[in-house]
Design a binder for this molecule. Sequence first.
Ligand code: ASP
Length: 321
Amino acid sequence: MNGFPPILAEINDLSKDQINWLLYSAKRFKLGVVPVGKYQISDSHQPIIATSFLENSTRTKHSFVIAIQKLGAMYVDFNTETSSLKKGESLEETLLTLRHQGVDLCIIRTSVSHQFDEFKAAPPIRIINGGDGINQHPTQALLDLMTFMDDGSKVSGGTVGIIGDCVHSRVAHSLMELLPQFGCKIILAGPEECLPKKLDSRLDSSMFHLTNDTKEAILKSDFLYLLRIQKERHSGPATYYDGYLQKHGVSLARLEHMLSGGEISKIPFVYHPGPANVGVELDHALMKSRYYRAHAQVTNSVYMRMAIIKAMLANLGEKDE
Ligand code: ASP
């Protein structure tokens, strides 16, 4: 499929057909239908892909690097600490420099929300957003959707309870754009300070519900998605941090208690984008239980990111499948 945008900044940059294509393509990588190895875009051109992480990362950066290497593309780690960005050069000029050195695609993480908006009219290079401030983390949401579907979690006609610091979570914002397109309702749950004050008008629909009551979210959801308190994005100390696990977190004992009391008919799968703070949004027993699916998300992240990179570079000359 052609027509992927040069900049993937947010979920809404993709059509539903393109999202379905990515799910299909990622699955083919996972099943080994598409051989990994040398990523031949054209006889004369091997793509060069750079990563530029202006914020910390474990999972996202490394899964992109593994995806790039599995595809057989050349990889450059653009070290922002030693770059001219530190001398005051603009990001746009830096990206143009990379492009003129032959880089085809840059995966960028930044603390600045909406950083890529200014580039959309005249993209300096192809860009994948690896997370911009509190705004969006589209590749995370796409790999999450893949994992929900793989697990048989009820997406279409189902409800996901997103529990935690929803207002500061770029992952939540991307899931909020993605899941309703697939017929999945979203309950946002957490302390008052963690919930959007009012929903964006685009999201003002029966697909969304807000609650401060974690129990309500567990009762009404088919699967759960836990979020870390994004302390680094708070202006002051979080007042609700003490006793968070008991009030707003999810423990295995809590779920088992609800099951034995007949409040829920089964223990739902629990997802987390990582990094998880044990003892805050979840407990150790839940993390070690079979209901916790974060490692399945990590595994799928490589395949989904391979699919995204391949799609974004397709018009460099590779034959469309
Ligand atoms: N890893 C995710 C992100 O970069 C979630 C988190 O940091 O809490 O947004």
